[in-house]
Ligand binder design. Structure first.
Ligand code: 0A1
Ligand code: ZN
Length: 884
C-alpha cells in the first residue's frame, strides 16, 4: 500500500473536508450557472480486474487545462460512494488531494498531467443498478446520467469528451465474454484461469456513454453493409437459451441502419455493433457507443411469448438506441439541461422509422395516445417542466415524457413548418456543424433555422415554457364566407405564472357536408393570443377538421354538434383526424355524463350517435383492421381525468365502463361476428393478421362488458386455442377481470406454462394488478408475497406496481388502500433502487386534480414518504415538488 492509499469507506477518510449536504437540503443545479470545464480529459485508460463482489479499477487520465475554462489549478473529479485507494500524478503518489463531499479535488501545477486513480467497487451489492453492477452472474454498467462516478473519479459531465482504452481481466469461466465500446484490439490468457481483453473506441465520448460487459453470453451474429460498402459485424448477446428469441431484434437493427442512411444520411461509424440484453435494468435501453445495453424486454421475442405490441416496442427501441449513434453520440449534449436535444430528436427519429416500417397512421395515433396519457398530466401537474428545464436536483428525474415525447413533438412541428426536404437540410447542417461536439438545444434550433430557412424566433418559447397550450376554436359561417377564430392560452405551471403565446402550426381542412370532400389541406400558424382566418367561397357551412395529423401538441377546445364528429369519424381522409373525431365524440359525452349534466334523454341520444359511429367503423370496408382497432378504442381514464379541473376517478371509471357495457350489449351481434371473423385468421406477422389479433381482443373486451356469459365462453376458447401471446394475453386479461373458477384456472395454467420465462411472468403480475376484478388490491397484496416477486428487479416491480398505479379503479379505491400500497412501495424501494422508486411518485403527486376526500389521502401518503429519515435525492425531489 503506497502512501496515498486510503481505506475504502469514505466515512473513515480523515480527508473528508466538507460533509455531504444534509439530505433535506438538496442542491439545486441551474442551467444559467453553466461553466465550461476547467480541465479536459482527451484520453483515458481504464483497467478493470473483474470480480462479482470485488472489482478493482485503475483509471489513468490524460488531463489538460481547458483554454476556455476558468483557469483553476484544481482538478475536480466527481465520485459517488467510492473512495480513492491510490492517487498518482505523473507517475508519483501524491497526498495533497482532498474530498469535497463525494468529489475528489486535486491541485495541479502544470498545463497537462497524467492522473492515476485506483478505486474498488462491489458490483454484487449495487442494487441501484447505476455504475458497475452484477446481474445473474454477469457484470454490466449503466453510466447515464451520472453512473460513471460510481466506478471511478472523473469529470462526469457530458461536455468532457475522451477517447477510451479499456483493459479488463477476469475469470475465464465466469466471464468468457469481455466487451466494451469500440473495437477489441487484443486479448489473451492470464494466470490462474483468467483472461483479458483490450478495447479501443476511436470516437471521443463523454463518460455517460462508457460501457463494459463481462459474462457467459452467446451472440446472434450477423453483418450489415453500409452504403459506402463497409461491412459491420453485428452481435446481439444474451444468456444461453435466449438466442432463438433475438431474430426480430436483429432484423430491426439492420432495418434501422439502412433507414438512417436513407432518411437522415447517417452511416454507422465502427466495424462492430454490439447489443447486450440484461434482465436487471432501470430503463428500456442505453445507447453506449458501439455497445448498447438493453433491458431484455426490448430484445427477446417469439410468437409464443411476445405480443404484437412487444414486437413493435422492440423495433422502436432498437431503432431509438441505434439512432442515438448520431443524435446523442456523435453530437452529444453540453449539459443535462440539453437532454431533449438528443432525446426529443431521437424519439422523433424512432417514430418516423416505425411509421415507415408499418402503418404510419396507426403509429401516429399511438404516439399521440402516449403523449396525452403520459405527458399531458405531467404538464398540468406539480412536476411540470419545459423541454429544456432551468433547474433540477436529480437529473434521473428528468427522463420524462416531456423531455422525450413533447421534445419530439416540438421538433416535429419544425418539420411540419419547413416541409420534409428543408427540414432535412436543417438536420444535415446540424450534424455537419456539430459533429464531435457537445451541443445545446439552441445549436439545434439555429441549425434548423439556417438549414431550413425558417424563422424560429418566437418558436424558441416551446423550449422554455412548460404547459400544454389550450387552443379555443370557433367557426362562423355567413354568406359564402367562413371565419375561423382561434385563441390560445399557455397555462401557468410551477415557477412560470405567466406565459407568452407560442406559434401553433395547425393543419386544417374544410369539408363540404354533402359531397364529403374538401379543397385541400392548409397550414395556419396561430402565433398570437387571438387570431382570425377567413375562407371564401363556401356557400354551405363546412365541417372543420383541425390539428390534422396532430400537427401541434396542444389541447383543442371546440364545442360542436355530435353529428359533425360523426361525419368526420366516417369521412375524414386524415386517419388521425378520424380517430380524433371518434375520441372527441366519446370525450364530450363522458364529460357531460360524469359532470351530471346529462339527462336520460340526452344520454340516450348521445349513446346512439356513438353506437352509430361504431357500427359504421365496424362495417367500413375501406379500413384495415389495425386502423379499425384504433377507431374502436375508448379514451383512457387518465386522459378523461385531464378534462376536469378536479376529477372524480370513480365517476369517470363508472361512466366509461357503462358506455363500454352499453356498446357491448347494443352491438353484441356485431362484436360476436367480428370475433368469429378474426378468429379464423391464422397467425402471421403481417399487418392483416396483426389487425385481426388486435380486434379479437377488443371484441372480447366489449363483449365482456356487455354480454359477459358469451365473453367468458369465447375468452376460455381463445385462451385454449391460442398459438401466440397476443391472443393468449388478450384472453387472460378478460378472464382476469371476471369472477369464477375459470379465472383461477387460466392464471394457474399460464403461470405453469411460462414459469421459467421472466418476461412472461411479468405479464402475469401486470394482468392481475391491472385487471377490472373487484378484489385487485387483495390480489396485489398476495402477489407481493409471491415467491416470484422481488424488489431487486425493476421489471418485476413495475409489472406489479405500475400496473396498479395505472389501474384507476383500484388505485383510487375509496378506502385509500391503493394510495397506501404505492406509498409503502416507494418507502420500501427507495433504499434499494431510488431511481425506480421515484418513478412512482407522480401517481400520488396528482392529488390537487383529484376530488378533495381522496386528495387528502394522496397528500397524506406523500407526507408520510417525506417524513422518512434518509430519503434519496431522487424521491425527495419528486415528493417535495409534489407537496409544494
Ligand atoms: N438514454 C437512454 C435512456 C436511459 C437513461 C438513463 C438510464 O439509466 C438508468 C438508462 C437509460 C435512452 O434514451 O434510451
Ligand atoms: Zn434516448
Amino acid at each position: 500500500m503506497d502512501i496515498a492509499s486510503r481505506p475504502s469507506e469514505p466515512a473513515e477518510n480523515p480527508k473528508t473536508a466538507d460533509a455531504a449536504p444534509p439530505p433535506h437540503a438538496p442542491q439545486v443545479i441551474r442551467r444559467e450557472d453553466y461553466q465550461p470545464p476547467a480541465w479536459l480529459v482527451p484520453e483515458i485508460l481504464l483497467d478493470f480486474r473483474l470480480g462479482l463482489e470485488s472489482t478493482n479499477v485503475t483509471a489513468r487520465l490524460s488531463v489538460r487545462r481547458n483554454p476556455d475554462g476558468n483557469g483553476s489549478a484544481t482538478l475536480r473529479l466527481n465520485g459517488d460512494q467510492i473512495s480513492p485507494l491510490a492517487v498518482r500524478v505523473d507517475g508519483a503518489a501524491v497526498n495533497d488531494w482532498r474530498l469535497d463531499g463525494p468529489d475528489l479535488l486535486l491541485p495541479l501545477s502544470g498545463e497537462s498531467h497524467q492522473v492515476e486513480i485506483e478505486t474498488h467497487v462491489n458490483p454484487a451489492s449495487n442494487s441501484q443498478l447505476m455504475g458497475l453492477y452484477a446481474s445473474h452472474g454477469m457484470l454490466c454498467t449503466q453510466c447515464e446520467a451520472e453512473g460513471f462516478r460510481r466506478i471511478t473519479f472523473f469529470p462526469d459531465r457530458p461536455d468532457v469528451l475522451s477517447t477510451y482504452r479499456v483493459r479488463m481481466s477476469g475469470d475465464k469461466t465466469a466471464f468468457p465474454v469481455l466487451l466494451s465500446n469500440g473495437n477489441c484490439e487484443s486479448q489473451g490468457e492470464g494466470e490462474g484461469g483468467t483472461h483479458w481483453a483490450e478495447w479501443h473506441d476511436p470516437w471521443p465520448k463523454p463518460s455517460y456513454l462508457f460501457a463494459l460487459v463481462a459474462g457467459d453470453l452467446i451472440a446472434n451474429h450477423d453483418t450489415f453493409t453500409t452504403r459506402s460498402g463497409r461491412t459491420v459485424d453485428l452481435n446481439i448477446w444474451v444468456r444461453k437459451g435466449d438466442e432463438e428469441r433475438t431474430q426480430h431484434a436483429m432484423e430491426s437493427l439492420k432495418a434501422s441502419m439502412k433507414w438512417d442512411e436513407e432518411a437522415f444520411g447517417r452511416e454507422y461509424d465502427l466495424d462492430l455493433f454490439n447489443i447486450v440484453a440484461v434482465s436487471d435494468f432501470n430503463m428500456g435501453a442505453m445507447e453506449n457507443k458501439g455497445l448498447n445495453v438493453f433491458n431484455t424486454r426490448y430484445v427477446l421475442a417469439d410468437p409464443e411469448t411476445a405480443t404484437d405490441a412487444d414486437y413493435d416496442a422492440i423495433e422502436g427501441v432498437i431503432g431509438h438506441e441505434y439512432f442515438h449513434n448520431w443524435s446523442g453520440n456523435r453530437v452529444t449534449c453540453r449539459d443535462w439541461f440539453q437532454l431533449s436535444l438528443k432525446e426529443g430528436f431521437t424519439v422523433l427519429r424512432d417514430q418516423m422509422f416505425s411509421a415507415d416500417m408499418g402503418s404510419s397512421a396507426v403509429k401516429r395515433i399511438e404516439d399521440v395516445r402516449i403523449l396525452r396519457s403520459a405527458q399531458y398530466p405531467e404538464d398540468s401537474g406539480p412536476l411540470a417542466h419545459s423541454i429544456r428545464p432551468d433547474s433540477y436536483q436529480e437529473i434521473s428525474n428528468f427522463y420524462t415524457a416531456t423531455i422525450y415525447n413533447k421534445g419530439a413533438e416540438v421538433i416535429r412541428m419544425m418539420r411540419t413548418m419547413a416541409g420534409p426536404e428543408r427540414f432535412r437540410a436543417g438536420t444535415d447542417l446540424y450534424f455537419e456543424r456539430h459533429d464531435g461536439e457537445a451541443a445545446t438545444c439552441e445549436d439545434f434550433v439555429k441549425a434548423i433555422e439556417d438549414g431550413a430557412e425558417l424563422d424560429l424566433g418566437q418558436f424558441r418559447l416551446w423550449y422554455s415554457q412548460a404547459g400544454t397550450p389550450q387552443v379555443a376554436v370557433d367557426l362562423e359561417h355567413s354568406g359564402d364566407r367562413v371565419v375561423l377564430k382561434l385563441a390560445q392560452v399557455v397555462p401557468p405551471t410551477p415557477g412560470q405564472p405567466e406565459k407568452q403565446p407560442v406559434p401553433v402550426p395547425l393543419k386544417l381542412a374544410l369539408f363540404d357536408r354533402e359531397t364529403g370532400q374538401h379543397r385541400g389541406e392548409e397550414l395556419v400558424i396561430l402565433d398570437k393570443p387571438e387570431q382570425t382566418f377567413t375562407f371564401e367561397g363556401y356557400p354551405r357551412a363546412p365541417v372543420l377538421s383541425i390539428n390534422r395529423g396532430f400537427s401541434a401538441p396542444v389541447a383543442i377546445a371546440f364545442e360542436r354538434p355530435a353529428q359533425d364528429l360523426v361525419f368526420l369519424a366516417a369521412h375524414d381522409d386524415d386517419p388521425f383526424a378520424r380517430y380524433e373525431a371518434m375520441q372527441s365524440l366519446v370525450v364530450q359525452h363522458l364529460i357531460a355524463a360524469v359532470g351530471g349534466s346529462l339527462g336520460e334523454g340526452a344520454r340516450a341520444v348521445e349513446r346512439d350517435a356513438i353506437g352509430q359511429a361504431f357500427k359504421a367503423i365496424l362495417a367500413d370496408d375501406s379500413l384495415d383492421d389495425l386502423m379499425r382497432g384504433e377507431l374502436l378504442i375508448l379514451p383512457a381514464e387518465g386522459y378523461l381525468a385531464e378534462q376536469f379541473l378536479v376529477a372524480d376517478p370513480t365517476a369517470i371509471h363508472a361512466e366509461r365502463e357503462a358506455l363500454k357495457a352499453w356498446l357491448g350489449s347494443k352491438l353484441k351481434d356485431s362484436f360476436a361476428e367480428l370475433h368469429d371473423r378474426v378468429s379464423a385468421v391464422s397467425y402471421s406477422r403481417d399487418a392483416a393478421a396483426r389487425g385481426a389479433r388486435k380486434l379479437k381482443t377488443q371484441a372480447l373486451v366489449y363483449l365482456a362488458a356487455g354480454a359477459p356469459a358469451d365473453a367468458k365462453r369465447r375468452a376460455i376458447e381463445q385462451y385454449r386455442q391460442a398459438d401466440n401471446m397476443t391472443d393468449r394475453q388478450g384472453a387472460l386479461m378478460v378472464l382476469a377481470g371476471l369472477e369464477g373458477p375459470e379465472r383461477r384456472e387460466a392464471l394457474a395454467d399460464y403461470h405453469g406454462r411460462y414459469s421459467g420465462n421472466a418476461l412472461v411472468i411479468d405479464k402475469w403480475f401486470s394482468l392481475q394488478a391491472g385487471s377490472l376484478h373487484p378484489d385487485v388490491l387483495t390480489h396485489v397484496q398476495a402477489l407481493a408475497e409471491h415467491p416470484d416477486f422481488t424488489m431487486a428487479n425493476p421489471n418485476r416491480v413495475r409489472a406489479l406496481y405500475m400496473a396498479l398505479a395505472m389501474n384507476a379503479k383500484a388505485f383510487h379505491a375509496p378506502s385509500g388502500e391503493g394510495y397506501r400500497m404505492i406509498g409503502e412501495l416507494i418507502r420500501q424501494l427507495d433504499p434499494i433502487n431510488p431511481q425506480t422508486a421515484a418513478r412512482f411518485v407522480p401517481s400520488l403527486g396528482r392529488w390537487r386534480r383529484i376530488e378533495p376526500r381522496r386528495a387528502a389521502m394522496m397528500r397524506g401518503e406523500l407526507e408520510r414518504i417525506a417524513a422518512e429519515p434518509s430519503l434519496s435525492r431522487d424521491v425527495l425531489e419528486q415528493v417535495t415538488k409534489s407537496l409544494g
